[in-house]
Design a binder for this molecule. Structure first.
Ligand code: NAD
Length: 463
């Protein structure tokens, strides 16, 4: 039996080993998922809702253990991990409440003599693939609506963070989810397991969260069998501060939008566009906050941990160096942690880059780290053109003193989500997702469950 190691990003120490699923095992999981689907789809929505509600309670009862697992395998702070557990658990409650609302239509065909009866049905066995940056929330945001809709699921968590997914699967089992309805395949080789699943005709859905590059490859793979897909891909969020914005509030929002999870969020503010009238004040106040950030081992209570591994840290440092070579200036930086027992190579000093040229390379890609490049603007239309000049359009942020102005800017932004005078957009009751190459479909809200259903209509002779 082969296993692979899971490491703590803060120390590089091995924290556990997990079974490495083979392609054959993955193929066999589809048999169990299909058998469970035949049953689960017939379970009354109210009963499915009760099980999801029990899973919500189960996660909250186990919140501290889940927090510690996330801290250990992902390296985020305890506060960020606790917030993630609460957010992740909320998807079970939200979709427990949605499970019993299955809207349909009944209508008279225009020509008469026919009644159209429209209903929604579970799409079938669904493959779910999740990234390492929110190992609990990215899983529950998919599992909850899928189960609510009557689907069964095969989950492949990121190889860096399988332990959280395995713990959530246990909680679901204790909540009463039937055998086979939620199966996890931890694997050191994503494509091996996922290809085995996607090759099976009984798999009817892929819901993926991860990078745009991997998303593109999976879309091509799904085209082979025309598999229904939902894609939550990368971001490159602009964060706009207008001349009349409340600068203190904008800095508060920027801290959350930039430094949550050490900047490793698809919704992370990636480019700050600040009006010249408030730029100096914003940079000074934001910089002061950045310099105060305490880095270290999150298990020991540090506010900011490492990034996922030394390789990712090296890439982020290269982006900083590249920006400096193109004319940016390191205006403010937090101190790196000291002491023994840490994997120092995995830590990146939170950095504010000022005087960033509008065409600097760092603005054209997802930094996925604690680096805040600030660009000063004077002309709003020109700034908006640059804010929209990105392949992806996931989230955006705007701080403005006049709410109508903020909303007008929000509507001009090519983004699926806009934080208006707030630095966070994630909410289980709202449709999360992006435009352009940031993805297809939405998770959360009443939209999230639709992704796991097919529409059918009965055309009924009424003559
Ligand atoms: P990733 O694309 O490298 O990996 C995501 C998942 O896909 C992992 O489970 C990985 O094992 C799997 N995978 C990788 N190659 C695969 C293949 N060939 N076949 C099947 N599965 C494969 O992304 P990551 O580094 O884990 O996460 C960071 C990325 O995720 C960022 O780009 C971030 O913006 C994005 N993200 C998006 C959202 C969103 O909701 N839009 C949320 C979180 C993260």
């Amino acid at each position: 039996m082969t296993e692979f190691e899971v490491r703590n990003p803060a120390t590089a120490a091995v924290i556990d080993t997990v079974h490495d699923h083979t392609a054959e095992e993955a193929a066999a999981q589809v048999d169990a998922a299909q058998a469970a689907f035949e049953q689960w789809r017939t379970v009354a929505p109210r009963k499915r809702a009760e099980i999801l509600m029990a899973a919500h309670r189960g996660m909250l009862d186990d919140a501290e253990r889940l927090r510690d697992i996330i801290v250990a395998e992902n390296g985020k702070s305890q506060a960020d991990a606790a917030a993630e557990v609460a957010y992740a658990a909320e998807f079970f409650r939200w979709y427990a409440e949605e499970a019993v609302r299955a809207p349909g239509e009944y209508g008279v065909a225009p020509a008469g003599g026919v009644r159209n009866v429209v209903t929604r049905h579970p799409v079938g066995v669904a493959v779910l693939i999740t990234p390492w940056n929110f190992p609990a929330a990215m899983a529950t945001r998919k599992i909850a609506p899928a189960l609510a809709a009557g689907c069964t699921v095969l989950l492949k968590p990121a190889s860096e963070t399988p332990l959280t997914a395995l713990a959530i699967a246990e909680i679901l089992q204790q909540a009463g989810v039937p055998e086979g309805a939620v199966q996890v395949a931890a694997s050191s080789s994503a494509s091996k397991v996922v290809s085995a699943w996607l090759a099976d005709d009984r798999v009817r859905k892929l819901s993926f969260t991860g990078s745009t590059g991997v998303g593109r490859r999976l879309l091509a793979q799904c085209a082979e069998r025309v598999v229904n897909t939902s894609m939550e891909l990368g971001g490159n969020a602009p964060f706009i501060v207008t001349a009349d914005a409340d600068v203190e509030a904008a800095v508060e929002g920027a801290m959350v939008a930039k430094f949550r999870n050490s900047g490793q969020a698809c919704t992370a503010a990636n480019r700050f566009y600040v009006h010249a009238d408030v730029a100096e004040e914003f940079v000074a106040a934001f910089g002061r906050r950045i310099e105060q950030l305490q880095l270290g081992d999150p298990a020991a209570g540090a506010a900011i941990g490492p990034v996922i591994h030394a390789r990712a840290a090296a890439e982020i440092r290269e982006l900083i160096d590249g920006a400096v070579a193109q004319g940016a200036r390191i205006a403010h930086q937090a101190a790196l942690p000291e002491g023994e027992g840490l994997d120092h190579e995995a830590f990146v000093a939170p950095t504010l880059l000022a005087d960033v040229p509008a065409d600097a390379d760092i603005l054209g890609q997802e930094i996925f780290g604690p680096v805040a490049p600030v660009v000063v603007y004077t002309d709003e239309e020109d700034m908006l053109r640059r804010a929209n000049d990105a392949e992806v359009g996931l989230s955006s942020y705007v701080y403005a003193g006049n709410l109508q102005h903020a909303m007008q800017i929000g509507e001009k932004l090519e983004a699926g989500m806009v934080g208006v005078n707030r630095g966070i957009v994630s909410d289980p009751s709202a449709p999360f997702g992006g435009v352009k190459q940031a993805g297809i479909g939405r998770e959360g809200g009443s939209f999230g469950i639709e992704e796991f259903t097919e529409v059918q209509y009965l055309s009924v002779d009424w003559s």
